[in-house]
Design a protein around this ligand. Structure first.
Ligand code: SF4
Length: 465
């Protein structure tokens, strides 16, 4: 095991990063605001690459503006470019909100974007203007997950008001999940009869029904009115044990770093912080909180789903027990997946993330107890290192996004696709990961992936199991 661990720390360069750029996370959040257009303050390539990734995964048109930095802008500053980008966006898109994510170049030259926005507003005094939200998202200071949480907090901090305390209302900040996950969460919250604000809600904007006419800004998203009401809620639920702590360890500030933390710090709204509800244990925790907040028991339909899930665990156990898995992706997502694998008897031999929190191992140990003692959980990983380590680890299955496909292909083992991005299949936006239903679907995928592998490699073949 020591030789494998040495591989993980042997390279000084990142080779095929196991993370994405920070403004990508912010752009996903801005797509979850009603009638909002994201703009990236930086070079053209940032917006192009992010659009390319999002279009490929969500299979939807994705408009993201760019302030299009050139050599001159880099030297003399981007005020003119930002002003003209805002003018163009207003005249072409008529948004209610413009979400500005600053990329590496504008951050490196120290652009004061809040001041630039104020100056722009002064020049347009008396004219109706959209709301501006700015998230500081240089990729040298964090991953797409850090950019995501930064944008969620920046939006809430810009808009939340504490005018009319509402004893029935709760906030839910679920993190970077799929549109299908968001729809499922909304059904569950409805089932508990809760009045809630879920943010960001890109369940429609990034997974639309068919259009008869092109919509420049797709319908859907959390409204400004609801974002204002987040300051009046009785509690916030936030999914994630790691969140953006990877970025924040480089900053000595005691300020809040997430939306729920910000609302607690500024409006004293209690926070219920939970892991992503994947697997029975983590989903039970979520449902317990919903029971507390709603004063209602878990609906019968969900209780039956839980029972069905346990039944599936029993049915599938003989195909899974003792199998070895490599899991990779965002820290909070892989923590949820490892929690599931521990429940179903798959041994996780390596859990890898490009996130830099340094908390991955500790959080997994906290969730799974001493079961994780032989597992390697490594932060700051890239795909080439996973590739090299996989040789010796001899996994039976890989679980993660499609960027790991080339490793699974080389090893000749199944890759169960989940998370973001999924570039080589359709339906990435419809992968359900969360709660009893999502766990059941993941369980079936994992079990059938292993059964199919065995069947394909059987010398005689068989039709029944
Ligand atoms: S690393 Fe920075 S400059 Fe490069 S694409 Fe990402 S955000 Fe843009």
């Amino acid at each position: 095991m020591e030789t494998i661990a040495a591989v993980a720390t042997s390279s000084t360069s990142t080779r095929n990063a196991c993370k994405l750029c920070a403004p990508l996370g912010a752009s996903v959040v801005f797509k979850g605001i009603k009638n909002c257009l994201p703009v990236i303050h930086g070079a053209q390539g940032c917006a192009t690459y992010i659009r390319r990734y999002m279009i490929s995964h969500y299979k939807e048109p994705v408009d993201i503006a760019s302030t299009n930095f050139s050599e001159a802008t880099t030297i003399f500053g981007g005020t003119k470019n930002l002003n003209s980008a805002i003018d163009n966006i207003i005249s072409q898109y008529h948004p209610e909100v413009i979400g500005i994510a600053s990329a590496c170049l504008s951050e490196t030259i120290g652009e004061d974007i809040p001041m630039m926005i104020r100056d722009y507003q002064k020049t347009k005094e008396g004219q109706p203007l959209p709301v501006f939200v700015h998230a500081s998202t240089p990729s040298y200071d964090g991953s797409h997950i850090d950019g995501f949480h930064e944008a969620v907090m920046a939006t809430v901090a810009s808009l939340a008001e504490s005018k009319h305390a509402d004893s029935r209302l709760i906030n839910i900040f679920p993190g970077f999940i799929s549109p299908e996950d968001i729809r499922h969460l909304k059904e569950i919250l409805f089932g508990f009869g809760l009045d809630y604000i879920l943010f960001p809600d890109y369940s429609d904007t990034l997974d639309n029904p068919i259009w008869l006419e092109y919509q420049v800004i797709p319908k859907g998203g959390t409204s400004i009115e609801d974002l204002r009401r987040t300051g009046s809620s009785r509690a916030s639920i936030e999914f994630g044990y790691v969140l953006n702590k990877g970025k924040m360890k480089n900053h000595s500030s005691s300020k809040a770093t997430t939306a729920a933390g910000w609302l607690h710090q500024n409006f004293n709204i209690p926070v219920k912080r939970l892991g992503l509800p994947i697997g029975i244990k983590e989903t039970d925790r979520f449902f317990k909180v919903l029971e507390e907040l709603s004063g209602k028991k878990t609906p019968e339909s969900q209780a039956r789903l839980r029972g069905r899930l346990i039944d599936a665990y029993v049915d599938g156990h003989k195909y899974l027990f003792g199998k070895r898995a490599i899991v990779f992706g965002e820290e909070d997502l892989v923590i949820g997946i490892v929690s599931l694998l521990e429940e179903i008897g798959i041994e996780t031999v390596l859990v890898a993330s490009g996130g830099e929190s340094g908390l991955l191992k500790k959080e997994i140990e906290r969730i799974t107890g001493d079961k994780s003692k032989n597992m390697m959980a490594i932060n700051g990983m890239d795909f080439e290192t996973i590739n090299e380590m996989a040789e010796e680890l001899r996994p039976d299955i890989m679980i993660g996004n499609s960027k790991g496909y080339y490793i699974a292909r080389r090893l000749g083992i199944p890759l169960i696709r989940m998370g973001f991005p999924i570039h080589d299949r359709i339906g990435g936006q419809r992968v359900l990961h969360l709660c009893y239903e999502g766990t059941l679907r993941l369980f079936d995928q994992i079990t059938n992936g292993l059964i199919e592998y065995k069947q394909e490699h059987s010398p005689v073949g068989y039709k029944y199991i």
